[in-house]
Design a protein around this ligand. Structure first.
Ligand code: ZN
Length: 426
């Protein structure tokens, strides 16, 4: 693994505490590599050869390269999601109790709540506000410093804690800020002004999410592991982006990173919304040509997989226990919770071999429920053949997840090989 690229990905994850900031980071990288921004409110006309991207809701992004002479071979598409499970500030969050200012929170997605205790938390996201000229504006804000914490209850006050502590998401996880009674809207106004938005008159609403300020790190006795918040699924977003940039324009390629996967993808900017379909229709307005293009295309939906945990190995099927640093995992499920089929798995294995990348297979135990991804949703909506893959990880949906350093390199090479594969996927 090239050390530079692992630390580059660490920096990108650190700059992306939520889906809005992740999209902003993706956008910055694309602009720095010469991609042109398109806006959904504009007439795109005939989009010719080149590199482009478009965002929706500031939290989902589609980037693509058009290579006209090979567009008849379809797109090599990679999909991932920008959001991660976390704690979101409620609309009227102000609380003052026992001499402490706290903000009430909702749980966003399937958060593993225990690891959120005793972490140094900051807050970031999107704010809408009225400016002094009476117009509604939005801006991303990020407090950056560790402004709050959710302390554990001492074991002396709960002797059964190690045996049966459960967490009530309404009462137990309100972050503590300080002793002073504060007003949350004022905090947002001050932060907007601090970030240069001096025209703010009042805050109208916000989508703000707590995050752990601890940066990602490469750890382990032999530095085999990457630990960080939001590896699910920013690792896939940024590796996909890097692969797309490295691959250049040997064929037409597309990267779609959407919000709201952790809450079902059903939104105007989520994978179950019309964003991707609408972009494809603009690129290929003729219905028959679009259908032919989709038929020749393939998507790799990239989202992390569960590595077999040596302390809990009975949670895996004994023949399907992916190991960290042994390569990306092809995910299969007979009930279509993953979109992979024999044909798409075949393409992934073929491209992996061409690029000397090992791959592993995962199916969930037959007596356990299976997770899902944007793969089956996108495949069903667009009609595109899809494979679900991802790097094996531990502690999925914890505030501190863990992946293998070599898998970052393997996935990057696999996706670059996919984006460079010059034939149609038929
Ligand atoms: Zn995910």
């Amino acid at each position: 693994m090239n050390n530079n690229s692992i630390y580059y990905i660490c920096d990108q994850i650190q700059s992306s505490p939520n889906a809005f900031h992740a999209t902003s980071t993706l956008k910055d990288v694309l602009i720095s590599h010469g991609f042109n921004e398109l806006f959904e409110s504009d007439d795109w006309g005939n989009v010719s050869e080149g590199h482009y991207f478009v965002t929706r809701n500031d939290s989902s992004l589609i980037a693509f390269t058009i290579c006209p002479e090979s567009l008849s071979n379809g797109f090599a598409m990679v999909g991932a999601h920008t959001d991660s499970p976390c704690l979101k500030v409620k609309p009227n969050p102000d609380l003052f109790k026992n001499g402490y200012y706290q903000t009430s929170v909702e749980v966003y997605g399937g958060v593993l709540l225990n690891p959120w205790f005793d972490r140094e938390l900051s807050l970031a996201g999107k704010v809408s506000y009225l400016s002094v000229d009476n117009s509604v504006k939005t801006s991303l804000i990020n407090f950056e410093s560790p402004i709050a914490i959710i302390p554990s209850l001492a074991i002396h006050l709960d002797r059964e804690a190690n045996k049966k502590r459960s967490i009530n998401p309404q009462t137990d996880i309100k972050p503590i800020w300080c002793h002073k009674d504060l007003n949350f809207d004022e905090l947002c106004i001050n932060q907007l002004i601090k970030q240069g938005h001096t025209e703010v008159d009042s805050v109208l609403d916000y989508e703000l999410f707590f995050y752990d300020v601890q940066p990602p790190s490469v750890i382990g006795f032999e530095e085999d592991f990457l630990v960080s918040s939001r590896l699910d699924n920013l690792l896939s977003c940024f590796i996909g982006l890097d692969a797309m940039i490295k691959a250049g324009n040997k064929r037409s390629t597309l990267l779609v990173c959407t919000d709201h996967e952790e809450v079902g993808s059903s939104s105007h900017c989520g994978a179950d919304g019309p964003f991707l379909q609408s972009v494809l229709q603009r690129l290929i307005p003729d219905t028959t040509e679009l259908q032919q293009c989709v038929h020749h295309s393939m998507m790799i939906s990239v989202d992390n997989a569960h590595g077999i945990h040596p302390n809990f190995s009975d949670k895996h099927d004994s023949n399907h226990g992916p190991i960290l640093n042994d390569g990306p995992v092809i995910k299969l499920n007979a009930n279509q919770r993953y979109a992979t089929n024999a044909e798409t798995s075949g393409f992934v294995k073929h491209i992996a071999r061409l690029n000397n990348v090992p791959v592993q297979s995962f199916v969930v135990r037959s007596d356990m429920a299976c997770g899902s991804t944007i793969g089956p949703i996108t495949s069903a909506n667009i009609g595109i053949k899809t494979a679900d893959i991802g790097v094996p990880t531990f502690a999925m949906h914890s505030i501190r997840e863990m992946a293998g350093v070599s898998d970052v390199d393997y996935l990057q090479r696999l996706l670059t090989g996919f984006f460079e594969y010059e034939k149609a996927f038929v």
